[in-house]
Design a protein around this ligand. Structure first.
Ligand code: PLP
Length: 385
């Protein structure tokens, strides 16, 4: 099967199935064995080697989605990120990372790199110039995340990878927020694409997993580190993720359409002072987002009017749930100042534009009319007080 010729829903549904030769069942059987005959394949099959039948099949589906030669899957997004970074960095090397990153990635860099003697720099903003000015002779990796969390800034993937290539630097992107449906960074020259599959790929808030998609050569390099760190994904979860990916395009398409409608509604809401969504023409990077994204994703952020209590607002909601995580089929909200970015401290939050009134909204697949009604009734409750 030449997966390059297939449509996105066909890839989601069929690529990387494990054929049930014995019973001709409609879906992939699960192989839970941790022990396989030694002569089965050249490298012995073993879950930590990421080469059980279900693991291999799922990797094919993810590679097809990201249009890469190969892919690997991990026990969490952080296992994918940490393993990939350490596969390319050694003592004395230097990495440049984008200023705003997922909190776990930021902590990993701050707490672990010192132990390995790896130097790092964070850019002062998302511009290409801010990456360029940090390049040193020992810079080996350039790491970006777009759209970013929680303010949905956009980094120019093509400009950053052009810079990396010119300086012999490996480029990596955390593509979690966009998902491969809305953004395939390989089209813009990125070397390595990383996902927390816990989010859109899983999509039902019941799977913890990570993925990396890249060339055969880089897959081999990451794999050699992966088998030492051992952050593999259990075959049962592999099977759950394969099942979830069948509806990835349907879910993300619906979530992206809903998010655009919700962003437009919130923009016109008198109780809302700001909306951050790359799909809005008023977003400073809207044109760039249009160039590198197919749709603008299911994540947005908005600010309630100054002085309104974001926690009271969330407690007053009846359909939209408060939640630390994101990207499920159900709509959820989070107040970064007291949740995801609480440890950052008020001063740094203010510097990054994360106010107390800011709310991150992970838009689900519900009817927008119901979501709007829920927000309206919650606003009415808290403004009446
Ligand atoms: C959640 C998340 C991660 C970490 O993934 P886990 O599966 O929780 O380990 C990394 N990057 C982004 C953008 C995320 O949202």
């Amino acid at each position: 099967m030449d997966t390059k010729k297939l449509g996105i829903n066909t890839i989601c549904t069929h690529v990387g199935e494990v054929k049930d030769e014995q019973f001709k069942g409609a879906v992939s059987p699960i192989y839970m064995s941790t022990s396989y005959a030694f002569d089965d394949v050249a490298i012995k099959r073993y879950p930590r080697y990421l080469n059980t039948p279900n693991q291999e099949a799922l990797c094919k589906k993810i590679a097809a989605l990201e249009k890469t030669e190969n892919a690997l899957i991990f026990g969490s997004g952080m296992a994918a990120i940490s393993t990939t970074l350490l596969a390319f960095l050694r003592q004395g090397d230097h990495i440049i990372l984008q200023q705003t990153l997922y909190g776990g990635t930021y902590n990993f860099v701050l707490e672990e790199f010192k132990k390995f003697g790896i130097e790092y720099s964070f850019t002062k903003d998302m511009s290409v110039a801010s990456f360029e000015e940090l390049i040193q002779s020992n810079t080996k990796v350039l790491y970006i995340e777009t759209p970013s969390n929680p303010l949905l800034t956009i980094t120019d993937i093509e400009a950053v990878t052009t810079l990396a290539k010119a300086n012999n630097i490996v480029s990596m992107i955390d593509n979690t927020f966009a998902s491969p449906i809305n953004q395939t960074p390989i089209d813009f020259g990125i070397d390595i694409v990383i996902h927390s599959a816990t989010k859109y790929m899983g999509g039902h808030s019941d799977i913890l997993a990570g993925a990396v998609a890249t060339s055969n050569e880089f897959t081999e390099q990451i794999w050699r580190t992966a088998i030492n760190f051992g952050g593999s994904l259990s075959d049962f979860t592999v099977w759950m993720l394969e099942r979830s990916l069948k509806t990835l395009n349907l879910r993300v398409k619906c979530q992206s359409e809903n998010a655009l409608k919700m962003a437009e509604y919130l923009k016109n809401n008198p109780n809302v002072s700001k909306v951050y969504y790359p799909g809005l023409e008023s977003h400073p990077d809207h044109e760039l987002a249009k160039k590198q994204m197919n749709a603008f994703g299911g994540m947005l952020s908005f600010e309630l009017k100054k002085g309104m209590n974001a926690m009271d607002f969330q407690r007053a909601l009846e359909i939209i749930k408060p939640s630390m995580s994101l990207a499920g089929v159900e709509s959820t909200m989070l107040n970064p100042a007291v949740a995801s970015h609480a440890l950052m401290g008020a001063e740094e939050r203010a510097k990054q534009g994360i106010t107390d009134e800011l709310i991150r909204f992970s838009v689900g697949i519900e009817e927008v009319e119901d979501l709007i009604a829920d927000i309206e009734q919650a606003l009415e409750k808290i403004t009446k007080k």
